[in-house]
Design a protein around this ligand. Structure first.
Ligand SMILES: N[C@@H](CCC(=O)N[C@@H](CS)C(=O)NCC(=O)O)C(=O)O
Length: 219
């Protein structure tokens, strides 16, 4: 098997790639980044000193950044589910939504969690306030955008939904999605019901105690 994925099951960006792999039943070897496998982490840091996971290897080839990994899979290991549409204009819209979920949902969500993981004296309430305000704005934009759509850009499940699923999952745990955002909550539920997403969420269940804000029981 040539594909190896260095990842942790509880990580949202790793789940983004796992969902893409599961959608197309692409075979790969897990290289868990966990304390039980210190060698995997050393290899990972050697390949990518930026230390952001996931990381995919394909023989000698090293691929980093979740969106790029998914594009790489589409180019080199295509399956029945096209996560980037063939039409370049449709693909541009998918990439736009992918940027939206990375920059305006995952990034502020990670900031709040990152702040909670710091020692008390190093925490910054302004960071948390700004991050939560950005999440709120993002929910508001998405509420309008997703109206009448099944998936992020319409009727086809895509790269953008691979990210949306874990990011909205954890965003709701971090800064709860208000019931007034009915379309966003319904979209989150549709994502969670998708078998590839359900599998990634279930595999991460044993690690919920790692969530520093306290994982709620509702999902
Ligand atoms: N831009 C990266 C972000 C990946 C990322 O933030 N990964 C987190 C886990 S969800 C991570 O590596 N955290 C470890 C750290 O920051 O040291 C991507 O798209 O893959």
């Amino acid at each position: 098997m040539s594909l190896k994925l260095y990842a942790h099951p509880f990580s949202s960006y790793c789940q983004k790639v796992l969902i893409a792999l599961y959608e197309n039943e692409t075979p790969f070897e897990w290289k868990p980044l966990s304390p039980e496998h210190p060698g995997h982490y050393q290899d990972f840091v050697q390949m990518w000193p930026i230390k952001k996971f996931p990381l995919l290897t394909d023989g000698e080839r090293v691929v980093t950044e979740a969106s790029i990994i998914i594009e790489y899979l589409q180019l080199n290991y295509p399956g029945p589910v096209r996560l980037l549409p063939a039409d370049p204009h449709a693909a541009l819209e998918v990439r736009h939504l992918d940027r939206f979920f990375d920059n305006y949902v995952a990034t502020p969500q990670q900031r709040v969690v990152g702040n909670a993981l710091r020692p008390e004296a190093d925490r910054d309430p302004h960071t948390v306030q700004e991050a939560n305000a950005l999440l709120e704005t993002a929910y508001g934009w998405l509420e309008q955008h997703i109206e009448g759509k099944e998936w992020a850009t319409g009727s086809q499940f895509s790269l953008a939904d691979c990210g949306a699923a874990p990011f909205l999952f954890y965003a709701d745990w971090t800064h709860r999605i208000d019931p007034k955002y009915k379309n966003v909550l319904a979209y989150r539920q549709r994502l969670l019901a998708r078998p590839s997403v359900k599998r990634a969420v279930d595999e991460a269940r044993p690690y919920r105690k790692l969530f520093p804000l306290g994982a709620p029981d509702r999902d």
